[in-house]
Design a protein around this ligand. Structure first.
Ligand code: AMP
Ligand code: ZN
Length: 438
């Protein structure tokens, strides 16, 4: 059996991966907050953990992995977006969850086995919060329930930051009802007109961190094999998940391996983020005519723990690499995967090495089978070489659907006119919009 090594954030080193039960490997990755379109930085964890899921299935068997990625569908930013549109939060979250799945699908990301929603897990969150209160790890104050950080002597072990840095880094409001400035919210009150649920502490809604602890307990178990996410989630989100779960489970650890991806930045080295305004969305890149596989290869061109600078040159290089790989693979049926490629991916997802080994393969059947592990060469080569134009039209049609849902009819009409000028006719049916060349 191929030996997998993973860099574990908690151990700060590469460790040999050994699941607790090789017949049921468990992995949880923090998923999107669904109130806007994903940018290409948000796509990095989705693609990286998709590769890890493919590797685990390759090594342990197709059905031996249970991979869960949650959907955060209750959050202050969602409430704000829904209010601005004058709709219920579910309208916003339903729309952007669909977009997320479509965008990630375009990047060759297979849907996880489980995609639990926060709003479907409230009863489990309430039960866990009640247990934390009963065991002295949480307290009610001013309509809120807070986790009391000093009640957990091991708090902060994942990132090993000192207490002052954590308090400063969390940018948590210093509220008068907190016993300690580091305490964080498990439950908060919802005024009338704001989404909420009845609870022993009044009508309210959960804080963000508790949903992951409750979902992991419900769907995967007390201790999972792998927990993943972006580097920015180590603190406070993952420290808080660990504290909640460990304290609710009599000290049992939440995860045995912690895996975090590095940031994607724009030229100049600044992290791509909505708050900095330097984002390019997956939808925009597809509309520009890039194929999803090109974007996927670009995301995998650097090792996942390293920073990755996004640029037009990177996209062009990735496209040229895929043109070469598709020419070499032709229409071969997949054969046996190459041991060198598998070994590179198994060594803490060394995708740059895997890609260079892939490029050196001269047996088309072996090339095709090995590329599957990275989620590449998944189409017929003929459709790859035809695909550029079609991908752009598909993306424009999706953008028009989005505009119509947001009642921006001027934008919807502009897109229809742009496509009409290229001789592309749209047909709106109850099942969605189709297109053809006139
Ligand atoms: P957010 O919408 O900011 O909560 O991010 C959703 C996911 O995308 C989290 O796992 C983040 O760690 C990840 N993420 C956000 N921005 C970047 C970036 N520039 N590069 C890599 N990952 C990112
Ligand atoms: Zn989480």
């Amino acid at each position: 059996m191929t030996g997998i090594r993973l860099h574990d954030t908690q151990a700060r080193e590469k460790r040999v991966f050994a699941p607790a039960d090789a017949g049921r490997v468990t992995m949880y990755v923090c998923g999107p907050t669904v109130y806007n379109r994903a940018h290409i930085g948000n796509a990095r964890p989705a693609v990286v953990f998709d590769v890890l899921a493919r590797l685990l299935r390759h090594v342990y068997g197709e059905t031996s992995l249970v991979y869960a990625r949650n959907v955060t569908d209750v959050d202050d930013k969602i409430i704000e977006a829904a209010r601005a549109e004058g709709v219920e939060p579910a309208v916003v979250t339903g729309r952007y969850e669909d977009f997320y799945l479509a965008d990630m699908g375009a990047l060759g990301v297979r849907p996880p086995d489980l995609a639990p929603k926060a709003t479907d897990t409230v009863a489990e969150m309430v039960a866990m919060i009640a247990r934390l209160i009963a065991t002295g790890h949480a307290y009610e104050a001013d309509g809120h329930v807070l986790f009391h950080v000093p009640s957990d002597p091991d708090y902060g072990a994942l990132g090993r930051r000192d207490r002052e840095a954590m308090i400063a880094g969390a940018r948590v409001e210093v509220a008068s009802y907190k016993k300690d400035p580091a305490d964080f919210v498990l439950w908060k009150p919802s005024p009338d007109g704001v989404i909420g649920w009845d609870s022993p502490w009044g009508r309210g809604r959960p804080g963000w961190h508790i949903e992951c602890s409750a979902m992991i307990e419900r769907h995967l178990g007390t201790t999972i094999d792998i927990h993943g996410g972006g580097l920015d989630l180590i603190f406070p989100h993952h420290e808080n998940e660990i504290a909640q779960s460990r304290c609710a489970h009599a000290g049992a650890p939440l995860a045995r391996y912690w895996v975090h991806n590095g940031f994607l930045s724009m030229a100049g080295g600044e992290k791509m983020s909505k708050s900095l305004g330097n984002v390019v969305t997956v939808g925009e890149l597809l509309e520009q005519g890039h194929q999803g596989e090109t974007l996927r290869l670009a995301l995998l061109s650097a090792h996942y723990r390293q920073p990755l600078e996004w640029s037009e040159a990177l996209i062009q290089q990735s496209k040229a690499t895929l043109d070469r790989l598709y020419r070499a693979a032709g229409d071969a049926d997949p054969g046996e995967a190459d041991a060198g490629v598998v070994e590179a991916v198994a060594d803490d997802l060394n995708t740059p090495l895997a890609l260079s080994r892939l490029a050196a393969l001269d047996d088309p059947a072996r090339l095709k089978a090995s590329a599957v592990l990275l989620g590449l060469l998944e189409q017929e080569s003929r459709s790859w070489f035809q695909g550029e134009g079609d991908a752009r039209v598909d993306a424009l049609v999706a953008a028009r659907t989005e505009a119509k849902k947001a009642r921006d009819f001027a934008e919807a009409d502009r897109i229809r006119a742009e496509l009409a000028a290229e001789g592309i006719v749209l047909e709106d049916t109850p099942a969605g919009t189709t297109w053809r060349r006139a």
